[in-house]
Design a protein around this ligand. Structure first.
Ligand SMILES: *[C@@H]1O[C@H](CO)[C@@H](O)[C@H](O)[C@H]1NC(C)=O
Length: 537
């Protein structure tokens, strides 16, 4: 059994937005809006191709910025470090230092320019959400040749954009209703159900004085008694009186075995009204009171009444008495649900996975390659981190980080990633459509639980607003999945699971969570490193 890495799950759940865009602040002085045309939106790849003319001011500003950045890293005789150095000086120093000179600077400026003009154009004017960095369609070398600060330049780029959820057409109702999914879980606990029903009947049982001249108690009758208790001596005779709590007046007793201390009910069989019986009992082992548990005692029990009990049938009348307006069918289904609640919770993960698979087939959506790769990078890094945690030497892991291996990994995991992303975007969309809002108080409660846990573990470092966002996303997802489950056609297979040691399982799970938390920290670094290595190769 495996548990999904927490961080990854959260990453999938948190709204992935344009924050993937590298932080390039927009250029300051666009003298006029650039002339630009969206050449085409390509729904089959969730990308757009855009032709955009950067203004004279923008090319100048981009180049100036690169010069300023470069001069910060250079030490040039005659200039104080950090002071403004003229462009031609920087250019010649870069040239002499074998750092590519003006060509290199122009190339950098072009990158800066693209990053800073494309995003605002897409976002502000087209309402599109770009993902990843825009890619040049033109030949970069030629464009670098053409790039002149203070002169316009026409750029043609392609950029992936955030996909829109499009539901497949359905005959009736909402596209995400009536999902068909199947999963396997452990059998329904019928014994527990029977017990619950019996308990319900017991509580509604009607009592009546037993008929006859001098009726005596039989099993399944009821009675009211006064009881006075004593600890039993070695020979079974009465010893010290028991504390008051163990004795009592007007005690209701149902004549069923297993309900009270062993021997009591059995000792009452045959007793009549006004009889006082001396009954030997044994206190149960699981009693709280250490002075009494497992001990033998003797009770003087005086019978005050002898009654018959009539258990009700579970029918509509009975249901109505439990709660006005309820039918027996409602009652049985509610009891069933309550009895199964704990067991069902164990399999919510399996249920959700099945639902997500089915959900991802109800949407028409192209997951852009950039998104797949981003997700794959993260998963790849998780895998590498897990390998390291499992003792694989760093040198071995480094060998795995190659563009070829990463491509292979992307291919292997593409289907799963696509399915997960689709489901996760669909869930967000459903939350919007169904107007599912999370009560802020619920979020605060969970947040304070997490804080408490962290404090217990001696950790204090937490990005509160990010955590709040994750909690909200998780809760929202849970609500959506429950809603989908309610409306789904679930085919649940009840199968006996292999016996397992629950305590051991819990222990393993805790260890796993601990590892994941630790790994989450290292993962950020690993992702960055892996991504960099892949891109630089
Ligand atoms: C039980 O005892 C009480 C008090 O002595 C008496 O009033 C009552 O009639 C007795 N009941 C029976 C059924 O013997």
């Amino acid at each position: 059994m495996r548990f999904a890495p927490v961080a990854l799950t959260l990453a999938l759940l948190s709204p992935l937005s344009s924050s993937f865009f590298l932080p390039h602040p927009p250029l300051q002085n666009p003298t006029f809006l650039p002339a630009k045309t969206i050449v085409s939106k390509d729904p089959s790849t969730s990308s757009v191709q855009i032709t955009i003319t950067a203004t004279e001011a923008q090319t100048k500003e981009a180049y100036d910025r690169v010069i300023t950045d470069a001069s910060k890293t250079l030490e040039i005789p005659g200039f104080r470090k950090g002071s403004k150095i003229p462009a031609n000086v920087v250019e010649s120093v870069m040239e002499k230092g074998g750092r590519g000179g003006k060509e290199f600077l122009k190339k950098q400026a072009l990158k800066t320019l693209i990053a800073s003009v494309v995003e605002p154009a897409l976002k502000d004017e087209e309402g599109l959400d770009p993902i990843g960095e825009p890619r040049l369609i033109q030949n970069e070398d030629i464009l670098v040749q053409m790039f002149t600060p203070d002169e316009e330049i026409q750029l043609e780029v392609k950029c992936d954009v955030w996909p829109e959820v499009a539901w497949k057409a359905t005959d009736s109702g909402k596209a995400y209703d009536g999902l068909e999914a199947s999963y396997t879980r452990k059998p329904f606990n019928q014994a527990k159900m029977d017990e619950a029903l019996k308990d319900l009947k017991d509580r509604q049982a009607s009592l009546a004085p037993k008929s006859g001249d001098s009726p005596s108690l039989e099993m399944n009758d009821a009675c009211v008694v006064n009881m006075v208790g004593f600890l039993a001596k070695e020979d079974g005779s009465k010893g010290e009186p028991l504390p008051n709590a163990a004795s009592g007046d007007q005690v209701d007793i149902i004549m069923e075995t297993g309900k009270y201390m062993a021997g009591l009910v059995e000792g009452l069989v045959g007793a009549k009204i006004n009889d006082t019986k001396e009954i030997k009992v044994t206190f149960p082992e699981n009693l709280r009171d250490p002075n009494l548990k497992g001990k033998s005692a003797v009770f003087d029990v005086t019978v005050l009444s002898v009654d018959t009990r009539t258990l009700p049938e579970i029918n509509d009348e009975f249901a109505n008495a439990v709660r006005p307006g309820m039918t027996s069918e409602d009652l049985l289904s509610e009891v069933k649900k309550a009895v199964d609640a704990e067991d069902a919770r164990e399999f919510v993960g399996a249920r959700n996975k099945a639902l997500e698979g089915s959900l991802s087939e109800r949407i028409e959506m192209v997951i852009p390659e950039t998104l797949v790769k981003m997700q794959a990078k993260e998963k790849f890094a998780v895998m590498l981190t897990e390998m390291r945690d499992n003792g694989t030497p760093d040198a071995e892991i480094k060998k795995l980080v190659s563009p070829e291996n990463f491509e292979k990994y992307v291919d292997i995991s593409r289907d799963g990633i696509t399915r997960d992303l689709k489901a996760s975007l669909a869930v967000e969309e459903i939350a919007r459509e169904e107007n599912i809002r999370i009560d802020p108080q619920e979020i605060e409660e969970q947040l304070s639980n997490i804080k408490k846990e962290m404090k217990e573990q001696g950790e204090t470092d937490m990005d509160e607003s990010a955590t709040r966002g994750k909690i909200e996303a998780t809760l929202q997802r849970n609500y959506v999945m429950d809603l989908l489950a309610e409306r789904a056609k679930l085919d649940v297979k009840y199968e006996e699971q292999e016996e397992f040691d629950e305590k051991l399982m819990n222990q393993l799970m805790e260890q796993q969570i601990e590892l994941e938390e630790k790994a989450a920290g290292e993962r950020a670094a690993a992702v960055a490193q892996a991504a960099e290595d892949i891109e630089n190769k």
